[in-house]
Write a protein that binds this ligand. Structure first.
Ligand SMILES: Cc1cc2nc3c(=O)[nH]c(=O)nc-3n(C[C@H](O)[C@H](O)[C@H](O)COP(=O)(O)O)c2cc1C
Length: 344
């Protein structure tokens, strides 16, 4: 499983964990990296540059394998631009393997000096995008790789509502840098499909949330196993479509209330108490999945158990190989049968 992604980041398998606020912390990041994929340390978990510095050191004590740091470049009261700029500088100072930028492009949101700063430090920069246009921009301004996320993804999909199946081959034919596929990725068959579409690897988040090493309440793990592909919905268009975004979250009591407030013409002040990150933070710990906006992808329908990250990786790689062999076998069988038939 050597691809341009494994070459770029130095990981064993072409699988990356996506940023996960309150979840992607040193222990999970290290478990994923130790299992051969690319673990994620999400900077939004921290309130200062020093806290992020400590978290990077902590992750390095748990793994010698590479991991990626997520910086979510969206307007936020808790994480102002100056703090995001400090996070970026810390990652360069610490020479982390790579940065996953999600949201506005670094050159526009943080400043034109930041991508050259990463290049100078030897830090690879990947941008998670939701459209072909944004992938092309990322390549133009010097990013090393892009993740293209279809609207199946949990979190903040683009408002265009285009699926991963269509976006991946579109982006692959428009850029030359490595491309990761995200949204709907959860098992070895997803990986095989993404590679067949021309991607260099995959990114997934919900599937890593459903592992034994993710530190959430056992009820949350049970919910992830029980919920199906139709149990998430797209929300908050009234607030986010100006930024080209929306939120995919688990359908639950809070999201019904959010929809009611939106329909009644409520604004951010009305919505904030329902959608606050602090609410989600409490739910991950306490386990009542009805009580917060939980950014879960349609891939939840593919979650059937809570394995260790190591078990998940081994299973996925074996299944991907099997799926690719099966497809190759089917194609050559068909070709042989067709030739026999046409020459008879
Ligand atoms: C619990 C959770 C928290 C997330 N938090 C963030 C975040 O802080 N920043 C970000 O860029 N994406 C975040 N995402 C989105 C993921 O990084 C990723 O784009 C998406 O979940 C992929 O779809 P999947 O979950 O179906 O694999 C989060 C996803 C989940 C499941």
């Amino acid at each position: 499983m050597k691809t341009r992604m494994t070459d770029l980041f130095g990981c064993r398998y072409p699988i990356q964990c996506g940023g996960m606020l309150w979840i992607a912390k040193p222990s999970l990041a290290a478990a994923i990296s130790n299992a051969g994929a690319l673990g994620n340390l999400t900077s939004g978990n921290y309130n200062s540059a020093d806290e992020l510095r400590t978290a990077i050191d902590e992750t390095r004590q748990l793994t010698r394998a590479p991991f990626i740091v997520n910086i979510t470049t969206m307007p936020s009261i808790r994480l102002p631009v100056e703090l995001l700029q400090d996070f970026f500088r810390v990652c360069c100072e610490k020479e982390v393997t790579a940065l996953e930028i999600a949201g506005a492009p670094v050159d526009r949101f943080l400043g034109p000096e930041f991508i050259p700063m990463a290049k100078e430090a030897g830090v690879k920069v990947l941008h998670k995008v939701g459209t072909v246009k944004h992938a092309v921009h990322a390549q133009k301004v010097g990013y090393d790789a892009v993740t293209i996320a279809g609207f199946e993804e949990g979190g903040f999909p683009h408002k265009d509502n285009v699926s991963t199946l269509v976006l991946v081959p579109r982006v692959v034919s428009e850029v030359d840098i490595p491309v990761l596929a995200a949204g709907g990725m959860a098992n070895g068959r997803s990986l095989a499909a993404a590679l067949s579409l021309g991607a260099d690897g995959i990114m997934m988040a919900t599937r890593f949330l459903a592992t034994r090493e993710s530190e959430v309440h056992p009820n949350i793990h049970k919910v992830l196993v029980d919920k199906k592909e139709y149990d998430t919905s797209l929300n908050l268009q009234s607030l986010l479509s100006a930024f080209g975004l929306q939120v995919r979250a688990l359908s639950n009591t809070i999201m019904k209330q959010v929809a009611d407030v939106e329909h009644a013409g409520g604004d951010l002040t009305d919505l904030l108490p329902l959608i606050s990150g602090e609410r989600a933070k409490a739910v991950w710990k306490e386990g009542n999945a009805e009580e917060a906006m939980l950014t879960i992808g349609q891939s939840v329908g593919l979650v059937e158990d809570i394995p260790t990250v190591g078990e998940l990786m081994e299973r996925m790689i074996a299944e991907a190989r099997e799926s690719l062999d099966l497809a190759r076998g089917l194609l050559s069988e068909n070709e042989g049968a067709w030739q026999q038939k046409s020459s008879a």
